[in-house]
Design a protein around this ligand. Structure first.
Ligand code: HEM
Length: 156
């Protein structure tokens, strides 16, 4: 719901993005039916826009706290058992090495020169490692249809 709200806010703030998403929706889905999973691969700009919303919205900035169960070494540091660990997702989602001019909302950054969607490995709003968000597995189906459906209905 939070991501959906951010998405609608960005659509209002960047009408040129909204127009491109709407054009793609009209082209691929049309007005006579609802979106489905099979549409996803044919909608790279919409997918890039939703991905950029997730990057900039950054709704779980420090993920969920974890705790080490044994002592371990990481990057030259010894981390004792029982240490609380927070993953700084904000730092990665805004790292200019991975996302140049990270403060800018720019869906095109997730497209290659042919306009195909490219998954950036640093795009980790659902966290990283063995335990990540359960919903991430079906996020594309859920989110893309949830975002696409209301945008489809917005008046031009
Ligand atoms: C865009 C929306 C969402 C984002 C960005 C997000 C992000 C996250 C993050 C960062 C974690 C922590 C992972 C970790 O422990 O390191 C998490 C865990 C989890 N999320 Fe989400 N989440 C989203 C939506 C949802 C939704 C809609 C559901 C369920 C309907 C959900 C279910 C869960 C569950 C069950 C966990 C705990 C997983 C575990 O500990 O095994 N999430 N999520």
């Amino acid at each position: 719901m939070t991501t959906l709200r951010w998405g609608l806010l960005f659509m209002l703030k960047y009408p040129h993005v909204l127009r491109r998403v709407q054009a793609e929706i009209d082209d691929v889905i049309g007005r006579g039916r609802l979106p489905c999973m099979a549409d996803q691969d044919n909608m790279p700009y919409t997918r890039a826009t939703i991905t950029e919303v997730q990057r900039v919205a950054d709704i779980v900035p420090l993920s969920v706290p974890h705790r080490t169960t044994t002592e371990l070494q990481l990057g030259g540091y010894v981390i004792p058992a029982g240490t609380a660990i927070l993953a700084n997702l904000t730092a990665i989602l805004n790292d200019p090495k991975h996302f140049p001019e990270p403060e800018k909302f720019r869906p095109e950054r997730h497209l290659d020169e042919r306009g195909d969607f490219v998954k950036n490995q640093a795009l980790i709003p659902f966290s990283i490692g063995e335990i990540t968000c359960t919903a991430a597995r079906w996020r594309h189906q859920g989110k893309e249809n949830t975002v696409t459906s209301p945008v489809k209905r917005l008046q031009r």
